[in-house]
Design a protein around this ligand. Structure first.
Ligand code: ADP
Ligand code: GLC
Length: 515
């Protein structure tokens, strides 16, 4: 199954300045923050907001490794997408990984972020240097070779761990995220490498399912295609492989950790997850948010002079006015509702569309930004055409604008059908914007009904409208509104608490593996 290294061309990488090709095998230890008490952690991810993000995983992958750096020598492994290659000219090649089965050979780049965080980049232009998102083309269609693209990511993580590629920095633990990196745990197992692995499930609904015929091309042993292995209802599942082979599984809130062990939200994996839970190998650790961002959409240290006043409940009307203007809405003293979301079924966008008439009848207005399924994008654009001056829709995503919407709205709508954690409701609360959200997953864990927002039990239009009416009532009582905004802004959602919990888990996993 192993092949010798293949000659590898870089057709589109000409713009990249490779500053060093002779760093192979150099002592990476000296460049990190390592000391003898720290473990070396490789955080493997398919998104990182510094370069490219599709949703919350990108935010988490940018923030968590940094929050952990005070405790451990944490480095990130990421595919060399076009955005990564374009943004960093100072990339050095530190290792070469051979081809295996249908997975091409690749170089391993290393770059150092301005704050010193080391990011290893898989340089394989034929797989990653494309327009579009990490997962699909500009029209949202999945890349047809996603199995190869992400098996390559998983294999690279396993190869580095096993010492292949001659990189002297060898992780003591792999932290994997979602199906795109999940296969790393399996590759380690098949190679007899006992380094512990933690797999974090950010969303169980995305599983990385492919036909069984792909096993040989992906370097997956046929013998592993069984219930105790990578098989899932006759298909190959990257996520199942990760859950099965990882030393420990986490997910991003306590409530979701419990929900995924039920048939309702277990996506067919609830049986295995119940086993992991009963073994003490499934934990919920709530995500955090970067609390240093100000209402301008910039770090507080970089506030420009502009319409946004500071993070203060009293500034809300002026911030709201700016958002209204940006979306072409009429001047209004009514409540401003916002949606900042991937436009997918999970997020209950259809319910928001159905609730719009009620919002407007109650004197409210609505601003929406995001991208996703074409049917929702079109329906939202039609909604804006039907209600000029009261509904503003921006298909696309601009980080600064999204932050301004979190800061400048009165209420954030999140009628999610399920929500592993959700970051938007935390960003919103930190600016005194009250979430109107379903009581599921991380929403249930981060929004206190009637205190910092409004929760509804069942994700249905009737229940959502009930919560909306409660929100509108509060808006009409300035004193109560002020009390709730203050309560929301006083909640702390920083990364420190989560980072400490991950550290505890890392410590136990490394101790189990060595002891
Ligand atoms: P999810 O990860 O399921 O999309 P979260 O609430 O955890 O939901 O995270 C959403 C994050 O992604 C927020 O930072 C939000 O501003 C951002 N976001 C929302 N929609 C988009 C989009 N279309 N493209 C990129 N980022 C988005
Ligand atoms: C996923 C989930 C979301 C979570 C995010 C980061 O995209 O849908 O709920 O906040 O990952 O963990």
């Amino acid at each position: 199954m192993h092949q010798s290294p293949q000659p590898h061309a870089y057709p589109k990488i000409a713009k990249l300045t490779v500053v060093s090709r002779n760093g192979f095998g150099r002592d990476e230890q000296s460049s990190g923050a390592a000391n003898s008490e720290q473990s070396k952690i490789l955080y493997v991810t398919s998104e990182m907001a510094d370069f490219v993000k599709v949703g919350g995983l990108g935010d988490v992958s940018s923030a968590l490794p940094r929050a952990l750096r005070g405790y451990h020598d944490v480095r990130v492994l990421l595919p060399g997408y076009r955005e990564v290659l374009a943004r960093h000219k100072e990339l050095s090649v530190v290792a070469r990984l051979p081809a295996e089965s249908g997975l091409p050979a690749c170089d391993l780049g290393r770059l150092e972020m301005p704050d010193g965080l080391v990011v290893y980049v898989i340089l394989c232009p034929e797989l990653y240097d494309r327009d579009g998102s990490p997962y699909g083309d500009a029209s949202g269609v999945d890349w047809p070779d996603n199995d190869v693209r992400f098996a390559r990511l998983g294999l690279a993580a396993a190869e580095l761990t096993g010492g292949l590629g001659d990189l002297s920095w060898r992780p003591d633990l792999l932290h994997l995220n979602d199906w795109p990196s999940a296969l790393a745990a399996a590759f380690l197992n098949w190679r007899g490498i006992s380094t512990p692995t933690i797999l974090t499930i950010h969303n169980l609904a995305y599983q990385g399912l492919f036909g069984a015929a792909r096993l040989p091309a992906l370097g997956i042993p046929e013998a592993s295609f069984q219930i105790d292995g990578v098989e899932f209802y006759g298909k190959l599942s990257f996520l199942k492989a990760g859950i099965y082979y990882a030393s420990h599984v986490t997910t991003v809130s306590s409530t979701y950790a419990q929900e995924i062990t039920t048939p309702e939200l277990g996506c067919g994996l609830d049986g295995l997850l119940r086993v992991r839970s009963s073994q003490g190998r499934l934990t919920g650790i709530l995500n955090g948010i970067d609390e240093t961002w100000g209402p301008h959409g910039l770090p507080t240290s970089q506030h420009p002079v502009g319409p946004f006043v500071n993070r203060d409940w009293a500034g809300k009307p002026s911030n709201a006015e700016h958002v209204r203007q940006a979306f072409g809405l009429a001047v209004s003293r009514g409540p401003l509702f916002a949606v900042v979301s991937r436009l997918v079924h999970q997020k209950g966008i259809d319910l928001t569309i159905q609730a719009t008439e009620t919002i407007l009848r109650e004197g409210g207005q609505l601003v929406i930004t995001g991208r996703g399924e074409a049917r929702f994008e079109m329906a939202l654009q039609e909604l804006a055409v039907r209600h000029p001056g009261n509904v503003g829709v921006r298909i696309g995503f601009e980080e600064g604008e999204a932050r301004q919407m979190f800061a400048g709205s009165d209420f954030l709508l999140m009628p999610s059908r399920f929500e592993p954690c959700g970051l938007s409701q935390m960003y919103a609360q930190s600016f005194g914007t009250l979430p109107v959200a379903s009581k599921t997953g991380g929403l249930a864990d981060t929004v206190e009904d009637g205190v910092t927002g409004f929760l509804f039990e069942e994700t249905s239009l009737a229940e959502m409208l009930g919560a909306l009416y409660r929100a509108v009532d509060i808006y009409a009582s300035p004193q109560k509104l002020k009390t709730m905004r203050r309560a929301a802004m006083q909640r702390r959602f920083g990364w420190d608490r989560s980072a400490r919990q991950y550290c505890g888990l890392y410590g136990r996993a490394v101790a189990n593996a060595t002891g």
